[in-house]
Design a protein around this ligand. Sequence first.
Ligand code: SF4
Length: 556
Amino acid sequence: MKQTPRSGASARPARPKKSNGQWKIDGQEPLNKNEVDKAEDNGLNVRTRIEEVYSKDGFASIDPDDLHGRFRWWGLYTQRKPGIDGGRTAKLEPHELEDEYFMLRVRIDGGKLTTEQLRTIAGISNDFGRGSADLTDRQNIQLHWIEIENVPEIWHRLEAVGLQTTEACGDVPRVILGSPVAGIAADELIDPTPAIEEISRRYIGDPSLSNLPRKYKTAITGHPSQDVVHEINDCSFVAVEHPEKGIGYDLWVGGALSTVPRFAERLGTWVAPGQVVETWLGVTEIFRDYGYRRLRNKARMKFLLADWGPEKFRDILETEYLGYKLADGPAPEKPMTAGDHVGVHKQADGKYYIGVTLIAGRASGTLLTQIADLAEKFGSTRLRTTPHQKVLLLDIDEADIDEVVAGLDALGLSSRKDLFRRSTMACTGIEYCKLAIVETKQTAADAVAKLEERLAGIDLPHPISLHLNGCPNSCARIQTADIGLKGQLVTSEDGVQSPGFQVHVGGGLASKDRDEAGLGRTVRGLKVTVDNLSDYVEKLVRRFLAGRDDNETFSH
Ligand code: SF4
């Protein structure tokens, strides 16, 4: 006879709730290999071993846990072996894809550079990196072909001019995106430089923040163009004017793209300029203490925010971390100028800054030296990198503008509002990245050249952004482009596989051309091979122009 449980007793003991690995709730027992490695030895500690052992004894001496984990804390990743096609990426073990050379990311908080610093990076590129150098879409400069033997000398040269690779990668606070025109622009609301510099000085390399659940991205801007892609960072501050309190910052939390994109949400607070650093620290500590650490693919801040919601997040921030209430505040207004800063613009001090485009961020040691030469020839020693893979030359006298623009042109750097070049971005791709399936940088350059030739003279309502990724990750922010291209193999009707892309259309961040951020849509079956990319984009653009109503943009 079937037994019914006695009143008040359950048939089975309740299963204990599975730990999410949240330190403050579940304790600090590591729940996966990454967490074990981080708990056993902080990533920052690997520097001593690089200096004292690995750089002397060579690549073969490197402990695999350091090589594939802790090296990132110092901006080092192994690069892909040349000659392995994208079809084999998923079939080979990571070590089979790996070369004995490294990519090295130089972090440039706020994108602030001097010509001396740029020359130093260029010298390292030429001496140790086969002349390679790429501007990333997070204001960093990435070098390639680095050998472990040369890393201490590279650090020595970088640190002598105030640069670092500390926490350029890894589960740490990555480079702080800052408005490239901070402290410069005539139309700036507030200069965020003091906050960026204080966070960098006090907390980058701080062991108490160097074991976060995963990477942690920050963005701060005081410019009305909202030029730091704040919607897709873990913690962002965007300048806003409070009707009574004046200029401060609107706080956004929990944005990130990757394969599960999610936009950051406003907490509804007004953060006074003097509160930015402690508020950033509170948000970062929440991530450290409450972030999910059981599954790596659930460990970004966005998953915590999705579960908590902005109200709970704000309450925990105020009660457990700040110890005071933040003021309520308004949302920033829609930007009315472009945030890539391409072109010639007046500074607050009467001089000018000139923003130029390198195609998809591709530079070289030689080009970086030439840029420094040109700037210095006209009395400038200050530059900025941008989150759009661009470079800004600052402090140009009005009388010199034409000559500087011509000099930049001669270097292949455009300050014009080109149809495609300006808004094309590409990730590292198969040339160096072990996860890549598709080549991206040259593919982007070829597409830009063909499209600008074929569509010369057409009148676009706004530059159409073309972002290329070499794999399903989103290092080039494909979901936020008019046309986003996700690298994959494309199979033809007769079963032949070629490198290509799945197409996302209609994405974008808040800008003068769209009211708010929106993710690009993937349409089933919308795929294109690398070889057919230019034809495809040309057709798409012509179709859009032919069917366009007045004021219609690519995404609406
Ligand atoms: Fe590598 Fe993929 Fe990122 Fe491109 S999107 S850099 S291929 S991980």
